[in-house]
Design a binder for this molecule. Structure first.
Ligand SMILES: Cc1ncc(C[n+]2csc(CCOP(=O)(O)OP(=O)(O)O)c2C)c(N)n1
Ligand SMILES: [Mg+2]
Length: 383
C-alpha cells in the first residue's frame, strides 16, 4: 500500500515524516460562514407566495403604496416628455423600479434622513418633496434641492456613490446626539464598485452606526451589465465583509421592500447597527434621456422583464382580492394626472434663477477663482 514511496517521483526521505504528518492533520476548520436571505411576498403575477406581513392586511396601506408608485411613474413620464421637448435637463427615469423607492420611504419615519441617488423620486415624493421641486432640480434650478417639507433630506446625488460616506456622517451625528433616527442611503449596483461605498460600509460596521444602505439593483450601470460589475453571487454579501447583515429582496414587490426596510430600521433605531438591503429590480427604460439602451441590450430581454414590473403586480393582487377596481383606478389616474400637470405648469411658470445661483450653495465663502467667475456670469447675464 505504500508502493508510491518507491516510485520514481517519491519525495526525498527527509521530507517523508512531514508529509505523513500533514496527511494526519485534520482539514482546516471553517472560521466564518454566511447566508444571504431572499424575500418575496408577491410573485410577478401578484399571487401571494406566503402570508403577508401585518401592514399588508390593511387595504388602505396597500392602496397608498399603489398610489405612490403610480404617482412616481406619472412624474417620470412627464419629466421625460418635458426633456424631449427641451424644457427639462437630462433626466434619469425610474420606469419599472418604483417599488424600491416607495417601499424604502414608506417604512421610514419623518425624522429619518434620506440620502437618495438619482432614481429615487418615488421616495422623495412620498417624503413630501413636491413634484415642482423635483422638476426644478432636473431643470437645473438650485431651488429644486431646497425641500420645504423635508429640509434635512439630502438632495439628489448624481455623482455615483459619493453620498454613501455622507450617510455615515449623518448616522454618526445621530449616534453622538443619542437621537433615535436612521440615515437611509440608496445607490445602484454600479455604485457598489466604488471605493466610497466600500469605505462607507466598512466604517458603518466599525462604528456600529444607525444607517440602512439600499442597493437599487436594476442590473445595469449605464451599459455595464451586473455580470461585468461583480463576480460576487450577491451584492448583499458586501455587508458581511463589513461585519453586518445583508439581505436580498424582490425589488419589484413593494411589500417585500417595505417589510425588509421596517426590520432594518427598527434594528438600527434600537442600537443594532447598520443593515444592507439589495433590492433586485430592472431598469425598463434608458439609463437617462441622454442614453439609447437599444445599442447595448436586446429587446427580448427588456420585454421579458415587463412581466415582473411592480405596479401591475400589486394591482393584480388588489383586484384579485376585491380591493381595487376600474372606478378607483380611473379616479386615481385623473387625480394624479392633475397633480403632475399642475406641478409641471408651476415649474414652467417659475421665474428663472440668475446664473450666480450655481455658485451660491456649495461654499460658505467662495474661493477667489469662483468669485471671479460668478462676477463674469453676472456681467454676461446683464448684456
Ligand atoms: C463618480 C461618477 N462617475 C461616473 C458617473 C457617470 N455615471 C452616471 S450613472 C452611472 C452608472 C451608475 O450605475 P448604477 O450605480 O447601477 O445606478 P443606475 O444608474 O443603474 O441607477 C455612471 C457611471 C457619475 N455620475 N459619477
Ligand atoms: Mg444600476
Amino acid at each position: 500500500m505504500f508502493g508510491f514511496l518507491q516510485s520514481a517521483h517519491s519525495p526525498p526521505s527527509e521530507e517523508r515524516p512531514k508529509i505523513a504528518k500533514a496527511i494526519r492533520t485534520p482539514l482546516p476548520t471553517a472560521v466564518a460562514r454566511f447566508e444571504i436571505r431572499y424575500s418575496r411576498f408577491l410573485d410577478p403575477k401578484g399571487n401571494a407566495v406566503r402570508p403577508l406581513p401585518d401592514f399588508a392586511r390593511d387595504r388602505a396601506e396597500l392602496v397608498a403604496l399603489y398610489r405612490a408608485m403610480v404617482l412616481a411613474r406619472r412624474f417620470d413620464a412627464k419629466a421625460v416628455a418635458l426633456q424631449r421637448t427641451g424644457r427639462l435637463g437630462t433626466f434619469a427615469s425610474a420606469l419599472g423600479q418604483e417599488a424600491v423607492p416607495v417601499g424604502v420611504a414608506c417604512a421610514m419615519l419623518p425624522a429619518d434622513v434620506l440620502l437618495p441617488s438619482f432614481r429615487e423620486h418615488g421616495a422623495q415624493l412620498w417624503r413630501g418633496v413636491s413634484p415642482v421641486e423635483l422638476f426644478l432640480f432636473w431643470g437645473g434650478d438650485e431651488r429644486g434641492s431646497d425641500f420645504a417639507e423635508t429640509p434635512e433630506d439630502f438632495p439628489v446625488c448624481v455623482p455615483v456613490g459619493t453620498h454613501a460616506p455622507h450617510a455615515v456622517g449623518v448616522a454618526l451625528a445621530f449616534k453622538l446626539r443619542r437621537e433615535k433616527r436612521v440615515a437611509v442611503c440608496v445607490f445602484g449596483d454600479g455604485a457598489t464598485s466604488k471605493g466610497d461605498v466600500a469605505e462607507a460600509l466598512n466604517v458603518a460596521g466599525v462604528w456600529h452606526l444607525p444607517v440602512v444602505f439600499v442597493i437599487n439593483n436594476n442590473r445595469w450601470a449605464i451599459s455595464v451589465p451586473l455580470a461585468q460589475q461583480t463576480a460576487a453571487e450577491t451584492l448583499a454579501q458586501k455587508a458581511i465583509a463589513a461585519g453586518f447583515e445583508g439581505e436580498q429582496v424582490d425589488g419589484n414587490d413593494v411589500i417585500a421592500v417595505r417589510e425588509a426596510m421596517s426590520r432594518a430600521l427598527a434594528k438600527a433605531r434600537a442600537g443594532g447597527g447598520p443593515h444592507l438591503i439589495e433590492a433586485l429590480t430592472y431598469r425598463l427604460g434608458d439609463h437617462t434621456t441622454a442614453d439609447d439602451a437599444s445599442r447595448y441590450r436586446s429587446g427580448p430581454e427588456v420585454s421579458a422583464r415587463w412581466a415582473e414590473e411592480p405596479i401591475s403586480r400589486l394591482r393584480n393582487y388588489l383586484v384579485a382580492g376585491g380591493m381595487w377596481g376600474k372606478a378607483g383606478e380611473e379616479r386615481l389616474l385623473a387625480e394624479i394626472t392633475l397633480t403632475i400637470e399642475r406641478a409641471a405648469e408651476a415649474y414652467l411658470a417659475a421665474p428663472p434663477q440668475g446664473p450666480e445661483a450655481m455658485f451660491d450653495f456649495t461654499y460658505e465663502r467662495l474661493p477667489r477663482e469662483l468669485a471671479d467667475q460668478r462676477q463674469a456670469a453676472l456681467g454676461l447675464a446683464r448684456k
